[in-house]
Design a binder for this molecule. Structure first.
Ligand code: DGL
Length: 278
C-alpha cells in the first residue's frame, strides 16, 4: 500500500476529465492536480515551450511527494513525454495517448478513426503512430481544433452556445466526410463539451475520452507495484491553478459535480522556475 498522492497535470481544466474518472474508479486515491492556466492553451505553443511548461509542472508535483504522475494533457504527451520520463525515472509516468489509441482500436469496426486534438498534438503525428502500431491498416483523420480550449477555459461549455456549435461543426465536418466510426477526443478538455461534439458527429460515432482511458492504465501501474492507496479511506484532493482561480473553480466544479473551492489554490509557477516553491 502507498498512501502518497498521485500527481496529475494539464494546461488547465482538461485533466479534470481524468480526475472525474479516477474519483469514480478509485475514490480512495489521493491526488494533487495542477492546471497551468497561466500558460493555456498549450496547443498553439512550440514544442520547446511545451517541454518547458511540462518540466515545471512535473517538478512542482514531484515536490509534493507524488507516487505516480499522470500527464493528463495530450499536447504534453505528444511533445514532452520523453523528457518527463527521463526526469522522473523512479515513479510510474502514465500518459493519455496510448490508452486512448488502444480504446479506439478496440472500438472501431471500419478502421476509420478520427482524432480531434490541438495543433501541437496533430502536428506531432503521435496519434497516427499510436493507432497504426495497433491497427496498421487503420485510416486516421486528425483535425486540429484551436478554438475549443479557449472556449472551455472561458466557461463557454453550454451545448447551445452558438460559438461552440459553430466551432464544433467546422471541426466535425472532415471526420463526417471521412466516414469515421470512432473519434478520439485527443485533448482532455473535449469531454467537457462532449454533448456538443456528439451532436455534430451523430449518435453512431463512438467517442473515446483520452483522460478517462488513461485511468485504467494508471491504476494497473500502481497495482503492479503494490502501490494502491488505503481502500478503507477517502483520498485527499488538492487542486492548483496558475491563474484565474475563480473561473477554474467555477467551470471545474460544474464539470466534476463537486465544489472545488475549498480545495483549490492559485500558485505562481514563475516562482517555481526560480526554485522557491519546489
Ligand atoms: N488539454 C490539453 C490536451 O489534452 C491541452 C490543451 C491546450 O492547452 O491547448 O491537449
Amino acid at each position: 500500500m502507498d498512501t502518497r498522492p498521485i500527481g496529475i497535470f494539464d494546461s488547465g481544466l482538461g485533466g479534470l476529465t481524468a480526475v472525474k474518472a479516477l474519483a469514480a474508479a478509485a475514490p480512495w486515491e489521493s491526488f494533487v492536480y495542477l492546471g497551468d492556466t497561466a500558460n493555456a492553451p498549450y496547443g498553439d505553443k512550440t514544442p520547446a515551450q511545451i517541454r518547458g511548461f511540462s518540466r515545471i509542472n512535473t517538478a512542482f508535483l514531484r515536490a509534493r511527494g507524488v507516487k505516480a504522475l499522470l500527464v493528463a494533457c495530450n499536447t504534453s504527451n505528444a511533445n514532452a513525454m520523453d523528457q518527463v520520463l527521463a526526469d522522473d525515472p523512479d515513479i510510474p509516468v502514465i500518459g493519455v495517448i496510448e490508452p486512448a489509441a488502444a480504446a479506439a482500436a478496440a472500438a472501431t469496426r471500419s478502421g476509420r478513426i478520427g482524432v480531434l486534438a490541438t495543433h501541437a498534438t496533430v502536428a506531432s503525428g503521435a496519434y497516427e503512430r499510436a493507432v497504426k502500431a495497433l491497427l496498421p491498416d487503420a485510416a486516421v483523420t486528425a483535425v486540429a481544433c484551436p478554438r475549443l480550449v479557449p472556449l472551455v477555459e472561458s466557461g463557454r461549455t453550454d451545448p447551445s452556445d452558438p460559438a461552440l456549435i459553430a466551432a464544433v461543426e467546422e471541426y466535425a465536418a472532415p471526420l463526417r466526410e471521412a466516414g469515421t466510426d470512432t473519434v478520439i477526443l485527443g485533448c482532455t478538455h473535449y469531454p467537457i463539451i462532449r454533448s456538443a461534439i456528439s451532436a455534430a458527429l451523430g449518435p453512431d460515432v463512438a467517442l473515446v475520452d483520452s483522460g478517462a482511458a488513461s485511468v485504467d492504465a494508471l491504476l494497473a501501474a500502481l497495482k503492479g507495484r503494490d502501490a494502491l492507496g488505503d481502500k478503507t479511506k477517502t483520498g485527499g484532493r488538492r487542486f492548483f491553478c496558475s491563474a484565474g482561480r475563480e473561473q477554474f473553480v467555477k467551470t471545474g466544479s460544474a464539470f466534476l459535480d463537486w465544489d472545488m473551492a475549498g480545495q483549490t489554490e492559485q500558485v505562481d509557477l514563475g516562482e517555481a522556475r526560480h526554485g522557491q516553491i519546489l
